[in-house]
Design a protein around this ligand. Structure first.
Ligand code: ATP
Ligand code: TZP
Ligand code: MG
Ligand code: MG
Length: 263
């Protein structure tokens, strides 16, 4: 059975501590996919919410000290209860603060999967890669090499996205080639993707790397269909159609269009 089928059958609860830009889009994207989003960031409840969830998503897009404390409480509770944790290190490397907070998060909790653009992932492991705010800067290094190095260093799954997506645990590596450049014209498509990875990890069983790879590929196929359907319109129409396709894309159609390979 594909992971998307399991996800839609199980409707996993996904705890999100995310940024103020993408909260609504993330909740709608998870609902469309077949998961059950729960946005909760009060210190009083995050440990309880993490413990009852299928996975936890931590996203540092709009950081503040209150949020950091909530992230640590949620992540540590998830670790205690065997709940997978996904970290999206938005803008790591853009400011010293973001880099330091990311280092603190990865050292004070066990991350199941790290998902970012190549600049963010490189900066998490102390490698220099230019970054412009929350967007990956120019650079022509080897994305797979950065991902594999990060996975080995952090001891978790690492997902580096861009034109092609790299999904690796440091030993085995998948490359997902679906997707569309218009994704870069809608804010939060990276952030929603990290929550989608969390939803797939919630139903991954013993195969988290394969579930994460399917998450990337499924997301990319949905984007391709949405881009084709709204080709004569702009990013606004694409954003809505993309939500539609996250809900409508069948496992069969996904199977036909998926372009994923082992590196
Ligand atoms: P950034 O801020 O650098 O855009 P991000 O966090 O938004 O980073 P992306 O790397 O843009 O994340 O990835 C989000 C989605 O967009 C992924 O599914 C990825 O495959 C897709 N994507 C990004 N760039 C391209 C591209 N040039 N062609 C096809 N798909 C892309
Ligand atoms: N500023 C802080 S968080 C954020 C912006 C624009 C959203 C970033 O979303 P994504 O998915 O990384 O493009
Ligand atoms: Mg993007
Ligand atoms: Mg991002």
């Amino acid at each position: 059975m594909s992971f998307i089928t399991k996800l839609r059958e199980n409707n996993p609860l996904i705890h999100n501590i995310t940024n103020i830009v993408v909260t609504n889009f993330t909740a709608n994207g998870l609902l469309a996919l077949g998961a059950s989003p729960f946005m909760a960031d009060s210190h009083e409840e995050v440990a309880d919410v993490a413990a009852m969830s299928g996975a936890v998503l931590i996203n540092i897009g709009t950081l503040n000290e209150q949020a950091i404390k909530a992230m640590l409480l949620a992540g540590q509770s998830a670790n205690k209860h065997g709940v997978p944790v996904v970290l999206d290190p938005v803008g790591a490397g853009a400011t010293a603060y973001r880099t330091e907070v990311t280092h603190r998060l990865v050292s004070e909790m066990k991350i199941t999967a790290l998902r970012g653009n190549v600049a963010e992932v490189a900066n998490v492991i102390g490698e220099k890669w230019s970054i412009k705010g929350v967007d990956a800067g120019a650079g022509d290094g080897d994305h797979a090499a950065v991902a594999i190095k990060a996975a080995k260093k952090l001891g978790c799954i690492v997902i580096v996205t861009g034109k092609e997506d790299i999904i690796t645990d440091g030993e085995k590596t998948y490359i997902a080639a679906n997707g569309h450049p218009i994704l870069t014209k809608v804010t939060g498509t990276g952030c929603l993707l990290s929550s989608v990875v969390a939803a797939f990890l919630a139903v991954a069983g013993d195969s988290p790397l394969e579930a994460a790879a399917e998450a990337l590929s499924f997301y990319g196929v949905a984007a391709e269909i949405a881009a084709e359907k709204t080709a004569s319109h702009g990013p606004g129409s694409f954003q809505i159609e993309f939500l539609n396709q996250l809900a409508l894309l069948t496992p069969e159609e996904y199977g036909k269009l998926s372009r994923i390979r082992e590196a």
